[in-house]
Write a protein that binds this ligand. Sequence first.
Ligand SMILES: *Cc1c(COP(=O)(O)O)cnc(C)c1O
Length: 456
Amino acid sequence: MAANSEVEGVAASAAGRRDPAVRAAVEQGLVGGGDGAEPLVCLLDVAGIRASAAALTGAFAAALAPGTPVLHAFAVKAAPLVPVLRLLADAGLGCEVASPGELALARAAGVPADRTVLDSPAKTPAELREALALGIAVNADNPQELARLDGLVGRAATPPAAPIGLRINPQTGAGAIDALSTATATSKFGIALRDPGARAWLVRAYLDRPWLTRLHIHSGSQGVPLALIAEGVRELHALAEEINATAGRRQVDTLDIGGGLPVNFASDEETPTFARYVAALREAVPALFDGSYGLVTEFGRSLLAKHGLVLARVEYTKTSGSRPIALTHAGVQVATRTAYAPAAWPVRILPYDAKGAPKTDDPVAQDIAGPACFAGDLLATARELPRLAPGDLIGVPDTGAYFFTAHYGYNSLPRPAVHGFTVTESGEVTFRLVRPAQEVSAIVAEAGGDLRDALL
Ligand SMILES: *Cc1c(COP(=O)(O)O)cnc(C)c1O
């Protein structure tokens, strides 16, 4: 019961911080209807992010044999914002990167090479060389990439400083969302473990290369049940044991178990928790925690999702047929997956009045539309909410990962500003700018504004 009330306590305080932050965002002119106020802004709850980071590190620390090396590498694609990476680094986390851009963000945040992991499925020779030179851990995706590494590592006089591993696809099956299921029989990621001959090939690959010291998997994602994630990790551990037994030494010394803990988008409750995830792993693979392997994790969504809020002004309301529609400034540019795959990515809509106070009138079914020029630009259909009016605000919670941080440039809509907020005991709200709103001049420049005559 203690664990349960703790979960409720965290959720209640996160929700408790939200309404004061919305009101303060309006009062301090970050968003709203006043002159110069933006129609759209994104907020990040700093205390919430710190709480999730502490929950992750605490859950593993409590389960691992004392002294076991562990690196929690935040998956940068979930929230590619330098101040966020810096905050997480301050909370003890590293970075998982999958592109030169993400690596540059991690470095800009001051995350050291030995706390960075490179994972993309299509790394160029230049990216591999840079990672090896910097000493960044690399997980190779496929045999051709391994052959490239042979060329780079084989020619070197000394073994690479960077730990190198191979990514395995355990082929344990799909979750509820096909596009996000990384461990199906035919997934594009990693070396398919159950394909004919694959296991023997993998063991041989390690025996031939003493510098291969890690094994990597990322088998979870939104929609994947914990037991299925844990099954993939069990496969990974069993393969490491087999390689080490065949090698006659502990060649594989670190298991990178990936990320992929699902997030609850239906309420403020944070479930499943990192503690639940660790419990599921302990049940499926007890030996994972006995200290014989160092661990790397790569969580993204589950660290950030609950701590982001989109706040958008309702510009107009109308009816079409008999359907009431609120036209807002939050749509496909900040909630791309919701607009294109609404059944897989439903979001909650929280109604506020023009002053930023929660609206509590009787609910009416309404569509919540975004500003983009295509019919599917909707955040919700037939949603029961107090009737919205022009000047009201809608809040879209749980958007801290892969929503406004993965901006979609449709209609040349600008990337909105992101502010981090903290709330004192007495309810005072302080905002810190994390990302400025994109200026229209920047949109023009990125669209070849300086190259006007290029095609004449
Ligand atoms: C996207 C990704 C992650 C993070 O996944 P989440 O679902 O956000 O936790 C971790 N590792 C790899 C290799 C990824 O591609």
